[in-house]
Design a protein around this ligand. Structure first.
Ligand SMILES: [Zn+2]
Ligand SMILES: [Zn+2]
Length: 280
């Protein structure tokens, strides 16, 4: 599998509108990995070297920018998993626009959408015409395994807004955990992870830096992320060299990308950035 991380910011992109902090100013001046857009990811199976995804996680408001920056289209997209319905992950205007294509709409594949009951509640408020837009919503329960075409997916609970799901994506003997947004996992989630073997983890670190204290809900600081990794190591779910990549980072913590790398590298943690690709 190949994971293309398109956006690595939390709800506030970098540069943040109206902000003049050192992180935002540095990003504007230097560009590169300090520029961050909101979290979304394309996913490709082995042997698929295209840029056009069939699988995707979340639909942030920066999706149009991602298409321009990374030169891909979504016209072949068939499966979209939503973690939750907060606005930085869930911009359904893009789905509404499927009804106004200038190209042949008969060529547009049906788009299967996966998410929790709570996410469906928000989805329904958009009153989209599912048949016209060729959309199908598949409601997923926490701790349920389900097939997404050639992949198997196991949903677990994030400790964030009600109905937040994280996904263990399984294909060709590999498993990867996509874990945003969340604070420290609740017991039932740790229990569900027991016995799994993960080949990579993408985990949120909204507050990069912060005090050496566990954050028990909503979001991770760097210490919480480290302790979650330690717990997964103790449980033999990951190994010391299993790729562990941070996502969903904004300007919180006031650290530049290079400073985050200095902080994370000694712990075998990779700091994600817009455009990062990981093959597993
Ligand atoms: Zn978020
Ligand atoms: Zn959120």
């Amino acid at each position: 599998m190949r994971f293309h991380l398109l956006g690595s910011a939390a709800g506030k992109p970098v540069p943040r509108t109206f902000c003049r902090c050192r992180v935002c100013l540095h990003a504007l001046e230097q560009g590169g990995p300090d520029l961050r857009t909101r979290t979304g990811m394309n996913l490709f199976l082995d042997g698929d070297s295209s840029r056009e995804p069939k699988y995707r996680i979340d639909l942030p408001p920066d999706t149009g920018h991602h298409m321009m920056a990374h030169r891909f289209n979504l016209n072949l997209l068939e499966h979209l998993l939503f973690t939750h319905s907060h606005e930085d992950h869930f911009d359904l205007l893009y789905l509404r626009h499927r009804g106004r294509l200038m190209s042949d709409r008969a060529e547009m594949p049906w788009l299967n959408i996966y998410g929790s009951a709570e996410t469906k509640g928000e989805f329904d408020t958009w009153n989209l015409n599912l048949d016209d837009l060729r959309l199908r919503y598949h409601q997923v329960e926490p701790f349920q395994s389900f097939s997404v075409d050639e992949m198997e997916v196991f949903a677990i609970k994030g400790n964030h807004a009600p109905g937040t799901l994280h996904y263990v994506i399984r294909h060709a003997g590999k498993s990867v955990l996509l874990a945003w947004d969340t604070g420290w996992y609740e017991d039932e989630t740790w229990e569900a992870l027991k016995g799994l073997k993960l080949d990579a983890v993408f985990m949120e670190c909204t507050q990069f830096g912060g005090p050496e204290e566990i954050r028990h809900s909503s979001h991770c600081n760097f210490y919480t992320l480290r302790m979650m990794r330690e717990r997964l190591l103790e449980m033999d779910v990951i190994l010391g060299d299993t790729p562990y990549v941070t996502v969903h980072m904004g300007d919180n913590g006031l650290l530049l990308h290079s400073e985050r790398v200095d902080l994370a590298e000694p712990h075998n943690i990779t700091v994600g950035y817009d455009g990062l690709e990981l093959g597993v």
